[in-house]
Design a protein around this ligand. Structure first.
Ligand code: GUN
Ligand code: FE
Length: 419
């Protein structure tokens, strides 16, 4: 069956380049994009037409780094830097997710909230709890959110309630439990970060990554005290990234959150291996971590996408995270005369959409053959303007201002998941 979705199409096939089709049509066959047209194709019997008039038809957002069990902490406890914040607020909150009943309630709300904000793909940390992680995967799948979920591995420098003592046995059991059970949610290996993982645990996870071919996510060079700690723990490593690389946790299927203190050498290692840097501007400000050199990374050919990093970040809406990335890049350009120009709206839109979706194997922009991930934005309730706006102006306003009430429909994996 064909579905034809009509609206003002704005997508970002390349960094800094928009493709705009006023009154365009997306033709779907079984949820996959069959054509992107500038006019209605000749009708076929059985066509289902969804005409959104003057609305914007945008790519949905991909949030490449967030912590599901920190959802209840959103908007709280940002008066401490990373390591103290973890001990004081984060670990105690994550411990509640031993209760799978509570986990289900919290995760059902999280899944619905993500879709209401136009986020349809996630690369997400759960907690160390195997059962609550399965609950999280079930709730995302049922709501229609796609992507990767990782059961966290950690076995040191954390409270006893969260410290794993069985190596990767519970991770293996989790992988066995989720095999064949989900269509749109897949597992990702998730060492929390080097300070919370013994050498033996990192080694076992590297072996598991090689054995299964699974992707890997973790944290890298977020905060100066953290970077110094890793240097103490791994005196044989010149830089933080090498503590992952030496165990086989550093390749083209790896996503590393933050990279605020990644210097040229560390960025070169990311570029060479094809590691994705996940920029989390709201978290980096809220936890007083710093500002990641995103423009430099892009110029050097490092892959970059965006993450909310809730609840280090207090903003789950990726359009606002994208606007935050622009603001952060301006502050960096202001404070460092050597730093190149700030990010543009077009670049931020690309980073929040195509750059993230590609980590899951998607093509560029609305690519033919991909399952549709899109949002329909009705911007008519935003502040009234005295003249017609161009489509790029309307995109800019949507990124800075829109909220759930401006999002009229969401498509994930080719299906309409909310209206
Ligand atoms: N590093 C290790 N764990 C965390 C976490 O939960 N949030 C952030 N922002 N950084 C981390
Ligand atoms: Fe994080």
């Amino acid at each position: 069956m064909r579905t034809i979705i009509k609206g003002n199409i704005i997508h970002a096939p390349q960094l800094g380049e928009l493709s705009i089709i006023p009154g365009g049509c997306l033709v779907l066959e079984d949820g996959a994009i069959a054509a992107v047209c500038d006019a209605m194709p000749p009708a076929r019997p059985g066509d289902q037409i969804e005409d959104y008039g003057d609305c914007l038809l945008l790519q949905s957002f991909a949030d490449l780094h967030l912590h599901a069990p920190q959802f209840p902490l959103l908007g709280m406890g940002m008066d401490l830097p990373l390591l103290e914040w973890l001990d004081t607020y984060t670990f105690p909150m994550e411990a509640y997710f031993a209760d799978t009943g509570y986990a289900r309630r919290a995760y059902r709300r999280l899944a619905g909230t993500l879709l209401s904000l136009g986020t349809t793909r996630v690369c997400m940390f759960s907690s160390v709890h195997r059962e609550a992680t399965l609950v999280l995967m079930e709730e995302l799948e049922q709501a229609g959110v796609a992507g990767y979920v990782g059961k966290v591995d950690m076995d040191r420098n954390c409270p006893d309630a969260l410290r794993e003592t069985d190596g990767i046995a519970s991770t293996r059991r989790w992988l066995a439990d989720c095999a064949g059970r989900f269509s749109h949610i897949r597992p990702i290996l998730t060492p929390r970060f080097t300070p919370a993982c013994s050498d033996g645990l990192l080694q076992d996870l590297g072996a598991l990554a090689a054995e299964t071919g699974l992707p890997v996510q973790s944290h890298l060079s977020e905060n100066p005290a953290e970077v110094a700690w890793v240097r103490e723990l791994h005196p044989d490593c010149e830089q933080y990234w090498e503590s992952y690389a030496k165990y086989g946790l550093w390749n083209g299927r790896t996503a590393m959150a933050h990279c605020v203190y990644s210097d040229r050498r560390e960025r070169q290692a990311m570029g060479d291996a094809g590691v994705l840097a996940v920029h989390c501007p709201d978290s980096n400000t809220s936890l007083s971590s710093g500002i990641a050199p995103v423009r430099r990374m892009l110029e050097e050919g490092v892959k970059v996408a965006l993450g909310s990093d809730i609840a280090g970040g207090a903003e789950l809406a990726m359009n606002r995270v994208a606007a935050g990335a622009i603001r952060a890049s301006k502050l960096l350009a202001l404070s460092d005369p050597d730093h190149p120009a700030f990010l543009t709206v077009l670049e931020a839109y690309y980073l929040a959409t195509t750059a993230g979706h590609q980590f899951f194997g998607a093509g560029a922009g609305f690519a033919v053959g991909d399952k549709l991930h899109a949002i329909v934005v009705d911007d008519s309730a935003l502040p009234p303007v005295p003249r017609p706006l161009t489509l790029p102006e309307r995109l800019e306003r949507a990124l800075y201002l829109m909220g759930p009430s401006d999002i009229r429909a969401v498509y994930s994996e080719g299906r309409k998941v909310s209206a």
